[in-house]
Design a protein around this ligand. Structure first.
Ligand SMILES: [Zn+2]
Ligand SMILES: [Zn+2]
Length: 284
């Protein structure tokens, strides 16, 4: 599956007893994905943003247990998310009430979802300041990643992972206990965000000068202890890395040492060859 392309879901014919808005309504959005057939689409057919707001058709979205809803144009939601398309056009009770409740969603991520559908961009909402202890820096991005998965928005999910990688590299940040716990509790095993966290931990461990700052070492130990599966994933990835012939990690302690040994061996071999040549001995 090409993750670069957005996905569109089509309603597969519904059973007779579940038809129609305001008649016998479907009253649950759970299991909604299973009713839709997936096919890929190269590009979303989007309008310019001002056109979406020339409408009387707005939807109230309640996120988590927050009472105050987000009110957004229905077409804007449906054009971006197959989930909203299904919920609001598929004969569920939400089609009538124009209210959608995302009880499982973390309210931290929703403003980033709104930023994305308005601008098709995803920016980190937090300040990048090395001197501020900010353990939950990436939590809004992790939350929008989980939300994007819930709303079937692959591109948004990918952008969230990319932005987390950027945030981590900008501040030489490590995943925090809260972030690891949230991502491992709310995403599938081996998800892109889990992989991203494991990569960051492995690179920090391998990079020679990474732990010169002892506080960073403590943060690493805390993070790896946040979740048993995460601990195992990080250890497995380090083990795998040591088996690589070459690697691209800057200042990698494993491969730098190995290259050093190899280089010394080469110098010794060349020296031996020269000595043999000087003595008229054919080197074998
Ligand atoms: Zn950031
Ligand atoms: Zn390496």
């Amino acid at each position: 599956m090409d993750l670069d392309s957005d996905m569109e879901y089509q309603v597969v014919s519904e059973s007779d007893d579940e038809t129609g808005c305001c008649g016998k309504m479907k009253n649950s959005l759970s299991g909604i994905k299973s009713q839709f057939k997936v096919h890929e689409e190269e590009n979303l057919n989007l309008q310019s943003i001002d056109k979406y707001f020339v409408t009387n058709n707005f939807v109230s979205i309640f996120v988590g247990d927050v009472e105050q809803p987000w009110v957004l144009p229905e077409k804007l939601l449906c054009d971006h998310s197959p989930f909203f398309q299904a919920a609001l056009k598929g004969g569920f009770q939400e089609s009538c009430t124009k209210e959608v409740r995302l009880r499982e969603a973390n309210p931290l991520g929703f403003p980033l979802f709104v930023q994305w559908i308005l601008t098709r961009r995803l920016r980190c909402p937090e300040e990048h300041d090395l001197y501020v202890a900010d353990v939950d820096h990436c939590l809004p991005l992790c939350s929008v990643y989980v939300l994007a998965d819930m709303l079937d928005m692959k591109k948004l999910a990918m952008h969230a992972v990319d932005q987390v990688r950027r945030c981590m590299s900008l501040d030489t940040r490590l995943p925090s206990i809260e972030e690891v716990t949230y991502v491992y509790d709310n995403t599938m095993e081996g998800s892109s965000m889990q992989e991203c966290f494991v990569d960051e931990m492995v690179v920090a461990f391998l990079s020679k000068d990474s732990f010169a700052d002892t506080n960073r070492e403590m943060l690493w130990i805390e993070a790896v202890g946040a979740n048993r599966k995460f601990h195992q994933d990080v250890m497995d990835a380090i083990k795998e890395h040591t088996l690589l012939e070459v690697c691209s990690v800057k200042e990698c302690s494993v491969h730098k040492d190995r290259n050093g040994v190899r280089a010394r061996r080469l110098v010794l071999e060349r020296r031996k060859q020269r000595q043999c040549k000087g003595l008229g001995i054919r080197h074998v």
